[in-house]
Design a protein around this ligand. Structure first.
Ligand code: ADP
Length: 459
């Protein structure tokens, strides 16, 4: 059967409270009762033997019970004795002492030897008196029941106070348990409610979730983080879809309208116009092929083919390839490449990642600027850095630049030909190699992109 967290906790707390505050004190009370009875019994046995010895001494004096009176030489009425009667060896009563009888109890000849009980619950205990190894008489003690004894009264009083305290503590503890269950379950239930709202697509919190319990605060913080991560993923997905649609629609519309204009004779198909139309189809096919590359790397059938290759040589090759493009724009390209560094990688794809960084550096660095491509060996990694003195990236854009189709400044990027996919491809390639890619940038100063790759690839 499913129960709410609050009920469950209340049950559990109450069970603990009952064990601690009822079962344990009850056990202590039983133990105390047992021990006190035992103690009283042992003490009484000692007293009886002492009294029998004292009576034996009285007998020894005249070698008979003639004129012997209890109370001479010893206290024969110790607790819990009500009456004590001295019998001679034939069972004739010699003398009696009793409480509330002026120390003289009613005495009659002994009818019954041995221990017995009176109808009022009093015990009669027989203690033989021996002198010189011979039984010369008996002391018969009539004792009050344990419950009426001083120990019994003390125990009853103790138990009464204990039970009152137990009842009071029980009620208090159940109240505390209720508040504790409420305090713990409320934020957990709230977190569960938030999680349900998140699953329904409501990412924004309608209430503050705070708790002074670390684990619960961690849980609520995680739910909040999950909500904002999902919200930004959802926003990204929507933007991605609209970006793809937009990216495809623009060149298709342009190509279509140009072709229709040529067909209708509105536009002369001059070489410039044909070139413009072709460049739009290029843009279209580039976009489609880049989305394809991204899918191939990110998709289940990871298309990377690893081999041991000289990364230094590959980067020098990339530098050579880009040198004329940089020279054309009058941007200096400097190589700081540590020689003969070998890694296990899909070199074609890795070069594509680095070249995406280089073409961005070129694209976003103005004439007269400088770009440094460096390769360094670290302890277990290699680090490829592309550092430019370009326009930089704003703090608000920096966390998003590796997202697909994210362009820091859409109009600027469109003019510069960027489609916001180059860094997403670079990131997918680097991560496919078990590495990381990161960026630091200051607007107006420049940007630095760092790729870190493990020297040995984990299987
Ligand atoms: P794009 O094809 O638009 O360059 P990227 O994914 O390569 O797409 O880059 C995403 C965005 O990051 C770019 O639109 C640009 O605003 C910014 N960016 C990337 N590299 C640089 C750089 N070196 N300098 C300044 N901005 C950059």
């Amino acid at each position: 059967m499913k129960r709410s967290l609050r009920t469950q906790m209340l049950f559990q707390y109450t069970a603990i409270v009952i064990i601690c505050m009822v079962v344990i004190p009850a056990a202590i009370s039983r133990l105390l009762d047992f021990q006190m009875r035992r103690f009283a019994e042992e003490k009484f046995l000692e007293d009886r033997q002492e009294m029998a010895a004292a009576a034996g001494n009285l007998y020894r004096f005249s070698n008979s019970w003639e004129g012997v009176r209890l109370g001479n030489g010893a206290n024969f009425l110790r607790w819990p004795i009500i009456t004590v009667t001295l019998y001679d060896e034939e069972g004739h009563a010699v003398h009696s002492l009793g409480r509330g009888m002026g120390k003289r109890a009613h005495s009659k000849d002994m009818e019954l030897m041995g221990d017995s009980m009176t109808p009022h619950g009093c015990r009669i205990i027989d203690e033989p008196i021996t002198v010189g190894g011979r039984v010369v008489g008996h002391l018969a003690f009539k004792c009050m029941p344990f419950n009426d004894s001083r120990e019994g009264v003390f125990l009853r009083r103790f138990n009464r106070h204990l039970y009152i305290a137990m009842a009071f503590m029980l009620v208090t503890a159940v109240f505390i348990a209720f508040f504790m269950a409420e305090r713990i379950s409320r934020p957990v239930l709230e977190a569960a409610r938030r999680a349900r709202l998140i699953s329904e697509g409501k990412y924004r919190a309608d209430t503050e979730m705070n708790s002074d319990i670390t684990e619960i605060q961690t849980l609520t913080d995680s739910v909040n983080k999950l909500a904002s991560a999902l919200e930004s993923q959802e926003a990204l997905r929507k933007r991605l879809m609209s970006d793809i649609a937009h990216e495809l629609r623009n060149p298709v519309t342009i190509v279509k309208s140009h072709l229709e204009a040529f067909e209708d004779g509105i536009w002369e198909p001059t070489p410039d116009r044909i070139k413009l139309t072709v460049s739009e189809t290029d843009r279209l096919s580039k976009l489609i092929s880049e989305v394809g590359v991204l899918y191939a790397i990110e998709g289940e059938n990871n298309s990377l083919v690893f081999e041991n290759a000289n990364l230094s040589e590959e980067l020098e090759r990339s530098q050579l390839t880009f040198a004329p493009l940089f020279a054309n724009k009058e941007v200096e390209l400097v190589g700081d490449i540590e020689p003969s560094l070998t890694v296990s990688a899909d070199m074609g794809k890795l070069r594509q990642a680095v070249e995406n960084l280089l073409s961005n550096a070129l694209r976003y660095t103005d004439k007269g600027g400088k770009v440094i491509l460096s390769l360094k060996s670290m302890s277990s990694n290699v680090e490829i850095t592309v550092k430019d003195s370009g326009i930089g990236i704003s703090k608000s854009d920096l966390p998003n630049i590796f997202e697909r189709f994210y362009r820091a400044d859409k109009s600027r990027a469109r003019v510069s030909g960027g489609m916001g996919i180059g860094l997403a491809i670079a990131k997918a390639i680097v991560e496919g190699h078990g590495g990381t890619i990161s960026a630091e940038s200051t607007e107006g100063i420049g940007s630095t992109f760092v790729i870190t790759l493990p020297k040995c690839r984990k299987a």
